[in-house]
Design a protein. Structure first.
Lengths: 469, 315
């Protein structure tokens, strides 16, 4: 069920309304049923996977906590790792691996090829496996206690607002909330409505509008020259931000009405003045997950320099792979890993430069440079394959420019182009709003956004980009 | 708390939103949609009114982008709509035949016209309270529950209306005249060659829906006191080449059968020898092509000399 669908607009108020009607001791059961229903609206058969992951990690965490000795604990955590990563590998990466193997065998003139599996990617698998894995690792490390209530734990894995595209919550933060008694709160609900309205604005007014231009250009990279390709890449930067952060805002808002607090996943990432700062503001739940469960266990920065750089690069390479089964995502992750290493190496030089030009100018240049480097990475992320990405880079860097107006407008006319620019303008204007979206005149904000959505919203139930992960 | 929220927030919110939405609905409908002569919704609105003595030119995007009404008849209007098939055209014919008009009817004939496509739902949104239009939308698979709610029905549709509205006023990429919207731009040759290759790789055919063809025959019988022109506007040579040969013969036989009727005159302007520069793509002509087409068509229609000849290029 998409957030921007009629089905969801019916589902949400009904579930929230019934939630408050249920006595506290049964609310977990109601939310669990509502969450499974939410998930089953896609393909009901994939609920089996999420149930398998839930039951396994529930049992494993208890076994870990009850086990005596590190060896036994280690055996159990390996079970959780094996199951979750096997699920992820089978449904997300198996065909990629088989396809790559087939290409290599073709190059080596081996007359055999593997048959690809006929399986679809279960929605949200990258998110709920990581969320569940984080829980069992936290129990193994002794950082949290095992949840003994199966229903509450199941709800933690499948909680509908954040099930399919995060934020990837930590058990320490979310689990205890399922036992709290939340009453309906006017102020909290008004804030939540603002958040939801803002999320829908980002999705249907900005992201879906930009998608028209981006999809046309990136769908036909051979036909377009440097200028539309650059524009499409910049538009995509805003599209993916609004698409993903819009989803998160809706998720946070829906949870907030019921009293639950989800972590913020974005903090105006394009205002970052360095790549390091960018990754503290973009998909925060994922970057902190990789920091806590990959980077730090590898040694983090508490090791020799070359090893530190290697840990950084590898972490981001794996983060790229997490995003999808395509070499473009590997390249994207490697790009960011390399940038972070270069940033570490050049730290002193950059500080000297900033002292020389002044803090303000240095910061502004940093923001522009960071945005440009991030857009380069988005070319990999958006391109259908590596060949297309190379075509894009080739045309841009060889300055292949064609001033055909129709092609500059991506054959969608000046109206769509101007609306795309207006949408980005409105988004940047919204940056002047308080970050917490709490205003003196909350009512006016929500009404204004809703009317804007009604007038400028792109119909068509455009799917959220991160649903494919 | 709940009562406070409902009375101090939810209720005022809903009332304000409803007022704003209905105001927007009226503004969009009256100030934009019905003033945009090239949009399907404005044409549907227009055909429901009487226009005595006016020749109705009906068809899909090929009609929309090919016929210059003032160059063909003393009084004519181009009712061509993007993406529609005969199911929608039948409604236009029904309204036209009910109007009491005695002027000729011109139907642009497409080899793929007897299908149930309805084009964009925005063509019908101002009329969703009309049972006949709502039924038509159902037949075309274009219904959505919120389309019947004034205030909400135009959600997602602004693009379609504003594009045509601005096109009509600015005429940057299309020339607009009495319902016609004719492509001004000439595609770069390499892009056009790609389209030609795509056309040759994707064969076309004559696979009409028999019910729709039957309805068309009935309409012609119903209007037997009126002169019918069934015109095949030019196609690019690659379109003819991509056609299943046997099916083209069947299609031509159908046209020949219609031509035998006393009230019908079938005219085909074959574009197979026309240069690429007269085409917007392999099935539609551009402005230069339209000027040539209308110049060639006009003498074949029974029209008096007071009709102005099509303007020369460039405009």
């Amino acid at each position: 069920m998409l957030f921007n669908s009629g089905h969801f607009l019916l589902y949400m108020p009904i579930v929230i309304g019934l939630y408050f009607l249920f006595p506290q001791r049964f609310r977990w059961a109601f939310l669990l049923a509502a969450s499974y229903y939410f998930y089953m609206c896609w393909r009901w058969e994939y609920t089996i996977l999420i149930v398998a992951s839930t039951l396994t990690d529930y049992a494993v965490a208890i076994k870990i906590e009850d086990a005596e000795g590190d060896v036994k604990k280690r055996r159990w955590i390996l079970v959780s790792l094996l199951l979750n990563l096997s699920l992820l590998f089978t449904f997300k990466y198996a065909n990629f691996a088989l396809d790559t193997a087939n290409h290599l065998m073709e190059l080596a003139h081996v007359g055999y090829s593997f048959k690809l599996l006929e399986i679809a990617l279960p929605v949200g698998i990258s998110f709920y496996t990581f969320q569940s894995l984080a829980y069992t690792i936290d129990v193994y490390r002794g950082e949290t206690k095992a949840e003994r209530h199966l229903g509450i734990f199941a709800l933690f894995v499948v909680f509908w607002p954040q099930l399919v595209a995060g934020p990837i919550e930590r058990s320490k933060h979310l689990l205890p909330q399922f036992r709290k008694h939340f009453r309906f709160d006017h102020e909290r609900t008004v804030y939540a409505i603002n958040k939801i309205a803002y999320g829908f604005f980002k999705k249907v007014v900005v992201a879906d509008r930009l998608a028209v231009y981006v999809n046309e250009v990136y769908g036909h990279v051979d036909d377009y020259s440097a200028l539309p390709l650059v524009l499409a890449s910049v538009f995509f930067a805003f599209q993916i931000y609004c698409d993903f952060s819009g989803y998160t805002d809706i998720a946070i808002g829906c949870a907030a009405i019921m009293g639950f607090s989800l972590m913020e996943n974005f903090d105006r990432p394009y205002l970052a003045s360095s790549i390091t700062s960018f990754w503290r503001r973009w998909h925060i739940s994922l970057s902190t997950w990789f920091k806590d469960y990959v980077y730090i266990p590898l040694g983090g920065n508490r090791t020799v320099k070359w090893r530190w750089y290697y840990n950084l690069f590898l972490t981001f390479l794996l983060s790229g792979i997490w995003h999808g089964a395509n070499w473009t995502f590997v390249a994207w992750g490697a790009w960011h890993g390399a940038l972070l290493v270069v940033e570490r190496i050049s730290e002193q030089a950059r500080q000297r430069f900033v002292s020389w030009v002044g803090q303000r100018v240095g910061h502004a240049l940093g923001v522009v440079a960071t945005f440009s480097l991030v857009v380069v990475g988005w070319v990999f992320f958006r391109a259908a394959n590596m060949q297309d990405a190379m075509v894009v880079f080739g045309k841009i860097f060889s300055l292949q420019i064609d001033w055909n107006l129709s092609m500059l407008m991506a054959q969608n006319g000046p109206y769509n182009f101007l609306m795309s620019v207006l949408a980005i303008g409105l988004l940047l204007l919204s940056y002047f709003l308080p970050k917490d979206l709490k205003f003196k005149r909350n009512f006016a904000f929500a009404i204004a956004l809703t009317i804007l959505i009604l007038i400028m919203g792109k119909g068509g139930n455009g799917e959220f980009i991160y649903f494919q992960f | 708390m709940v009562r406070r929220f409902l009375l101090r927030y939810a209720l005022p919110f809903c009332i304000l939103f409803a007022v704003a939405a209905l105001t927007w609905d009226w503004l969009l409908r009256e100030q934009v949609i019905f003033r945009t002569e090239t949009h399907g919704a404005a044409k549907l609105n227009r055909i429901m009114a009487k226009h005595p003595g006016e020749v109705a030119i009906l068809g899909s995007s090929r009609a929309l982008g090919s016929y210059i009404p003032d160059s063909l008849f003393p009084s004519a209007y181009n009712y061509g709509i993007n993406g529609i098939g005969y199911r929608v055209m039948d409604l236009f014919l029904e309204k036209e035949l009910q109007s009491g008009n005695t002027a000729p009817i011109l139907v642009n004939f497409d080899y793929q016209m007897f299908v149930g496509s309805g084009g964009d739902p925005t063509n019908y949104l101002p009329f969703t309270s009309d049972p006949q239009i709502w039924q038509l939308m159902g037949d075309l698979g274009l219904q959505a529950p919120f389309y019947r709610i004034p205030g909400l029905r135009f959600y997602g549709g602004l693009d379609g209306y504003m594009r045509e509205f601005l096109n009509q006023r600015m005429q940057l990429t299309k020339w607009v005249t009495r319902g016609a919207s004719i492509e001004k731009n000439v595609l770069p040759q390499d892009h056009f060659e790609k389209l030609v290759k795509q056309r040759l790789d994707e064969p076309s055919g004559w696979t009409p829906d028999s019910i729709l063809i039957g309805r068309f025959r009935q309409r012609i019988q119903q209007g037997k006191d009126r002169q019918w022109y069934i015109v095949v506007a030019p196609y690019h040579w690659s379109y003819y080449q991509s056609f299943h040969p046997g099916q083209l013969v069947t299609a031509k036989a159908f046209l020949h059968e219609l031509d035998q009727l006393p009230q019908v005159k079938v005219i085909e302007i074959n574009g197979a020898t026309w240069p690429d520069s007269l085409f917007a793509n392999t099935t539609h002509i551009n402005l230069a092509g339209a000027l040539r087409f209308n110049r060639e068509l006009r003498p074949l229609l029974s029209t008096d000399d007071s009709t102005p000849t099509p303007p020369a290029w460039p405009l």
